[in-house]
Design a protein around this ligand. Structure first.
Ligand code: NAP
Ligand code: ZN
Length: 347
């Protein structure tokens, strides 16, 4: 075992604070990454506050990890010391179920190992995330990062990036489609960049009137303030696809009303409370309501390569490690433009 430093939540009621713990000594298939930057996802906050239930404490959050390879096991082929590498929301899976064989490790029948607040495949060792100085991860779950990409604004691609890229690709969002992105936060701003890059006509549906200029700069053509019933009504029946990234309780029926006949709304936001959906909001236009969880490792690599080729990264606000609790407070207020990233030098 090797000693690691990090920041952890010790319980749902205590602030995230300095913490030392152990990581495994690297095995033949492992890559050791010195973490340079880690993005702050709203999922970190849901989990340190135990909003989804079943949180495992102490918890070192963080699943938007980028850094430098400092050691490799003897079987490692895709990485060498000094390379940039990334780790997203998963660090392992069974590798042999139908999902794993279809490159959908996030849906592993035997349970994937999340990067933190989860268990390794031995089903007993808790995993610890990226608010720390280094991480040891099996090569298969490490991502290659092109030298073309700016590292700190690449960190959020590992979760916010893939979580929005994957459903847009899966449902074939492309030129000619009218797409709405609900919530302009970490996920939402990446969704706008991707959907616009895929050629769609993009609208942002937001509660924050002050994000209008940014929405347009990020690639949206329309901005709809969801609290204004007249604006919502004006766009009724007008979208082919809606991607809902909202982290809190909100009205799904009002959003479903904005879909065309046969339109699809996909949830990626994960509020703690279940939402009420009226059957009439769906049957009236043969509408589809679906969900999506991150993306598999192969698709995550494809997304990172797409970003390198198309010059897409996240808009970030850098913070030192000891400002994480303030960052969480601001995140709850929707006051993030558009992703906090921790500079791990400050640990
Ligand atoms: P975030 O940066 O906090 O953004 C969420 C945005 O939702 C806010 O900026 C705000 O945008 C909007 N919002 C917040 N409260 C709202 C309310 N009460 N009503 C309507 N809109 C509200 O969060 P994030 O990191 O993007 O994550 C978003 C959600 O996705 C979280 O629940 C997270 O756990 C989940 N998530 C899911 C996956 C997955 O695989 N499915 C992966 C990562 C994260 P406006 O100011 O524009 O309204
Ligand atoms: Zn995340």
């Amino acid at each position: 075992m090797i000693k690691a430093k990090g920041y952890a939540a010790l319980s749902k009621d205590t602030p995230v604070q300095a913490f030392t713990f152990e990581r495994r000594s690297p095995g033949p298939s492992d890559v050791v990454i010195e973490i340079q930057y880690c993005g702050v996802c709203h999922s970190d906050l849901h989990q340190v506050k135990d909003e989804w239930g079943h949180s495992i404490f102490p918890m070192v959050p963080g699943h938007e990890i980028v850094g430098k390879v400092v050691d490799i096991g003897s079987h490692v082929k895709r990485f060498k010391k000094g390379d940039s590498a990334g780790v997203g929301c998963m660090v392992d899976s069974c590798g042999h179920c139908q999902s794993c064989e279809s490159n959908l490790e996030q849906f592993c029948f035997n349970g994937m190992s999340g990067t933190y607040n989860s268990l390794e495949q031995d089903k007993k060792t808790p995993t610890q995330g990226g608010y720390s100085n280094f991480i040891v991860v099996t090569e298969k779950f490490c991502l290659n990062i092109s030298p073309k990409l700016d590292l700190k604004s690449t960190a959020p691609l590992l979760c916010a990036g893939i979580t929005t890229y994957s459903p847009l690709r899966h449902w074939n969002v492309t030129k000619g489609h009218r797409v709405a992105v609900v919530g302009l936060g970490g996920l939402g701003h990446m969704a706008v960049k991707f959907a616009a890059s895929f050629g769609a006509h993009v609208a942002v549906i937001t509660t924050s009137a002050n994000k209008k200029e940014d929405a347009l700069r990020l690639g949206a053509k329309d901005v709809i303030i969801s609290k204004d019933p007249a604006e919502m009504k004006k766009h009724a029946g007008s979208f082919d696809f809606i991607l809902d990234t909202v982290a809190a309780d909100h009205d799904l029926n009002a959003l479903l009303a904005l879909l065309k006949v046969d339109g699809k709304m996909v949830l990626v936001g994960a509020p703690d409370k279940p939402a009420a959906v009226s059957a009439f909001a769906l049957i009236g236009g043969r509408k589809t309501l679906a969900g999506s969880l991150i993306g598999g490792i192969k698709e995550t690599q494809e997304m990172l390569d797409y970003c390198a080729d198309h010059n897409i990264t996240s808009d970030v606000e850098m913070i030192p490690m000891n400002e994480i609790n303030t960052a969480y407070t601001r995140m709850v207020k929707g006051d993030v433009k558009y992703r906090f990233v921790i500079d791990m030098k400050t640990l």
